[in-house]
Design a protein around this ligand. Structure first.
Ligand code: SAH
Length: 218
C-alpha cells in the first residue's frame, strides 16, 4: 500500500535530506531542487514511510531497489542535462530517478525489464504530473532504436561492461553515465561520444548497484 499525501513533517525531512546530500558534495542546485520537490515516500510502500527520507536504498519488490538519493543526485549531476534534451534511462525501478529527470524538464524515455515493476509504475498516479515522461517494457541492452539518438543515456543498474548498442544510440556530443564493474562494486563512468566511432571516458567514484540483466522478464 502507498499513501499520496505530503505532510509538513515529510517536507521537513526532505529538506534535511537535501542538506545532507549537499554536504556529501552535490553542488548542482537544479538537481538538489528536483530532489527537494519530489515526495520520495510516494515511491515506497507505507511500511517505509517513516524512513523514506533517510539517504538509503530500499526494496521495491522483485528483488530490486530504489537507489539511494545521494546516488540519484550524483548520477543526475554527472549527466549535465539541459531542458528539452532527450534522455534514455535504463532501469525504471520505482521511477524515482525518472521523475527527478522529468523535474529537470527533459524528455525522459525509461525502460524496465521486469513486467511487474513496469505495470506498477504505469499505474502510479504521481506520473501524471510529468507529460515529458514515457515508460517502456523491454531490455535495456537493446536501448530504444526507434527513438534514438539521445542527448543523454543514464544506466541505473550495474553493467559488467559498456553495452555496445547504447553507445550507438548517443548523439555526437552526447553523454552516457553508467556504473561498470563486477557484481559487488562498480566504477561510475561518463562516456562522451566525440565522433562516429570516437568515445571519451571519464572515471568517477565506486558504487554498488543491482545487476543489469539481459532479456525481459515477464
Ligand atoms: N532507477 C531506479 C532504480 C533502479 S534499480 C529507481 O529510481 O528506482 C535497477 C533496475 O534496473 C531494476 O528495476 C531492474 O529490474 C532494472 N534492470 C536490470 N537490468 C535491466 C535491463 N537489461 N533493462 C531494463 N531494466 C533493467
Amino acid at each position: 500500500m502507498r499513501r499520496y499525501d505530503d505532510t509538513y513533517k515529510q517536507k521537513g525531512l526532505r529538506k534535511q535530506l537535501v542538506d545532507s546530500i549537499r554536504q556529501k558534495g552535490i553542488t548542482d542546485e537544479n538537481v538538489l531542487q528536483a530532489i527537494g520537490n519530489i515526495p520520495r515516500h510516494y515511491f515506497l510502500d507505507t511500511a517505509f514511510e517513516g524512513i523514506a527520507y533517510e539517504d538509503r536504498a530500499f526494496p521495491i519488490g522483485e528483488g530490486q531497489t530504489i537507489s539511494q538519493p545521494y546516488t540519484v543526485a550524483y548520477q543526475t549531476q554527472l549527466l549535465e542535462v539541459r531542458p528539452y534534451e532527450k534522455v534514455l534511462e535504463i532501469g525504471t525501478g520505482s521511477a524515482y530517478q525518472a521523475c527527478v529527470l522529468a523535474e529537470l524538464k527533459v524528455s525522459v524515455y525509461t525502460i524496465e525489464r521486469q513486467k511487474k515493476l513496469f505495470e506498477t509504475v504505469k499505474e502510479f498516479p504521481f506520473k501524471t504530473k510529468y507529460p515529458n515522461l514515457r515508460f517502456f517494457y523491454g531490455d535495456g541492452y537493446e536501448g530504444l532504436p526507434t527513438y534514438a539518438p539521445f542527448d543523454k543515456i543514464l544506466v541505473t543498474a550495474a553493467a559488467p561492461q559498456i553495452p555496445e548498442k547504447l553507445l550507438h544510440q548517443l548523439k555526437i556530443g552526447g553523454k552516457m553515465v553508467i556504473p561498470v564493474g563486477s557484481h559487488d562494486i562498480q566504477r561510475m563512468l561518463r562516456i562522451t561520444r566525440m565522433g562516429e566511432t570516437e568515445f571519451d571516458q571519464e572515471f568517477f567514484d565506486n558504487f554498488s548497484f543491482v545487476p543489469m540483466l539481459a532479456g525481459k522478464k515477464g
